[in-house]
Design a protein. Structure first.
Length: 312
């Protein structure tokens, strides 16, 4: 969808709303408690996200066209990667403090830069490679205290496995971003969103024979709410890109760590460690630099196209 860059403040507001709502989704999943399989969480997150998404598309008159696709296999690939990323991320979210899970998840756009260079053959210059390396170093500062528990508590160590799961989620999420970049060349945003939620909801049912937890009413409310929040977050995110350039709104993704620390402290009693704060600062700085470089390169490409265009 083309951005209406004439209203950047509205785009920023929509982006911040998406951050808040997605954080509400994560909070609901964490509040539901451990003991719920990741596949079951993924089903609730995906299936009930369809409700606000379909209502939104119907209000815009895009519901009918949203199901038209020229790339069913592309959506299948995107959905498979996204489902695996969500399942790993949700497992880690349950076993880690909320801010740690959020901060480690910031590795996903760093992975996307690497995979875009390897798979899409995008040109990544030394500045962005340096930023990616620094960002990954920051993620490892956050993750290492958890991963080192393997040597003390074995593979049953919850925080260690949780950190590894979120790292795996970031890798899979990076691959999903690259697949999405390929899809947007031919597919509408609404089509990508609908088919992802449908694919995730259906495929997550595969985990049903392996055992789903019997949920209490409170757990059901939390999980259903996580789905609604997830769908609303996707809508706000889409609207933010409609009103402002990606480079304008993307840095506001990192406001989630501030809100996450506050929510984690008051709801779950989690206190951020000094390693987590230092690693997050490094990772966020690297991420913002990559966004800045993407913006600058975009301006350079636009200027080059304008200069090479023949006069009217």
């Amino acid at each position: 969808m083309s951005a209406d860059a004439q209203n950047p403040l509205r785009g920023i507001a929509m982006k911040v709303m998406s951050v808040i709502v997605f954080l509400g989704m994560q909070t609901c999943i964490k509040a539901a408690g451990d003991g719920i399989p990741a596949g079951q969480i993924t089903f609730f997150r995906s299936a009930f996200a369809l409700v606000p998404i379909l209502i939104y598309l119907a209000m815009r008159g895009d519901l009918r066209t949203a199901f038209r696709t020229d790339s069913p296999l592309g959506h299948l690939k995107r959905g498979t990667l996204g489902i695996a990323a969500m399942a790993c991320g949700f497992y880690g979210l349950i076993h880690l403090p909320l801010p740690d899970a959020i901060a480690i998840g910031y590795a996903s756009p760093l992975m996307a830069v690497i995979f875009a260079a390897l798979i899409l053959k995008e040109t990544v210059r030394v500045y962005r490679w340096t930023a990616v390396a620094i960002g990954i170093f920051g993620v490892m500062i956050i993750s290492w205290p958890k991963l080192s528990l393997f040597s003390h508590g074995g593979m049953d160590s919850g925080p260690a496995v949780g950190a590894l799961a979120v790292l795996m989620s970031a890798v899979l999420g990076g691959l999903a971003m690259v697949q999405t970049r390929q899809l947007v060349r031919t597919e509408k945003t609404s089509t990508i969103v609908v088919y992802f939620s449908l694919t995730a909801a259906v495929f997550s049912l595969i985990s049903l024979p392996f055992g789903w937890a019997v949920l209490t009413l409170e757990e059901k409310i939390f999980l259903v709410s996580s789905g609604f929040f997830g769908g609303l977050g996707q809508i706000f995110l889409t609207e933010s890109y409609r009103h402002a350039d990606v480079s304008t709104v993307a840095p506001f993704d990192y406001s989630s760590i501030i809100l996450g620390i506050v929510i984690a402290y008051f709801l779950f009693g989690d206190i951020p460690t000094i390693q987590m704060l230092i690693g997050t600062a490094i990772t966020v700085s690297a991420g913002i630099f990559i966004i800045y470089r993407e913006h600058q390169l975009g301006l350079e490409r636009k200027a080059a196209r304008k200069a090479s265009s023949p006069p009217a």
